[in-house]
Design a protein around this ligand. Structure first.
Ligand SMILES: [Zn+2]
Length: 249
């Protein structure tokens, strides 16, 4: 029963995060105007706003103008539901569970904003960092918080140096400002060493994506979405990764 509740919560939050990732980069309010059809701009009624079910019920079409509703909404809602559910299955209600929910939320927002507009928004990063610090204050102590903030700062500095070097070598922007700020949140939550593993994993994922999607070299591919997948995975295996880094195989 609780599994269903968590999954539905994930769908609802996923729906909200999609709106955030979709509207904030365009400097639109996330509350006004109310959700509307992207084609005919008609306001949606309550039965058109239920995540997933509305999409299936309306067969992916707007009730008023009959044009297609972007599949992205359905995919992002489902993905968020699955990520929330996975977090619960793996950790139960615990510190790690809430930590993974924060990462899942960031993942959905950044997937939408970075893939669509090549932007990693500041506000979700700031909110995630604050929520995680509050979480540590509740479950752990102030010492842990101070250490985490130092970790975040270290990671921020490392990524900044990588960017400066990268810009010099490649003579163009190598890392975006958003990626560096995201580095702070990763260092804060993962520690710098696990974050570096996540960076490597993200690069591999990005390369696979470029290879499969057959993207030409000139086209800029967003790094944020891959960083977030690596972030999610590395958080789950954080203790195992640290163990291996400390003692080897
Ligand atoms: Zn319409």
């Amino acid at each position: 029963m609780f599994y269903i509740v968590i999954f539905i919560l994930g769908l609802v939050f996923g729906s909200f995060y999609t709106v955030v990732g979709e509207r904030l980069p365009k400097k639109e309010s996330i509350i006004k105007p109310a959700s509307h059809c992207p084609h005919c701009l008609k306001k949606l009624s309550w039965y058109e706003l239920i995540p997933v079910f509305s999409y299936i019920f309306l067969r992916g079409k707007c009730h008023h103008c009959g044009k297609k509703i972007p599949l992205m909404y359905l995919i992002m809602e489902l993905l968020c539901g699955i990520l929330f559910l996975l977090s619960y299955i793996i950790f139960g209600i615990s510190f790690e569970f809430f930590g993974l929910l924060i990462i899942s939320s960031l993942l959905i927002i950044i997937w939408v904003s970075d893939f669509k507009y090549n932007i990693i928004l500041d506000s979700p990063l700031i909110i995630s960092a604050i929520l995680y610090i509050v979480l540590e204050l509740i479950y752990k102590d102030i010492k842990t918080v101070i250490l985490s903030v130092c970790f975040g700062t270290t990671m921020f500095v490392i990524l900044f140096l990588i960017k400066v070097l990268g810009d010099l070598i490649f003579k163009k922007e190598s890392l975006g400002g958003g990626d560096i700020k995201l580095g702070f949140v990763m260092g804060l939550i993962l520690t710098p060493r696990v974050s570096l593993i996540a960076l490597i994993l993200a690069s591999i994922l990005a390369l696979i994506y470029v290879f499969i999607a057959g993207i030409k070299k000139e086209k800029e591919i967003p790094y944020g979405p891959f960083l977030l997948v690596a972030f999610y995975v590395c958080f789950i295996f954080k203790d195992i990764i640290l163990e291996i880094l400390n003692h080897g195989f």
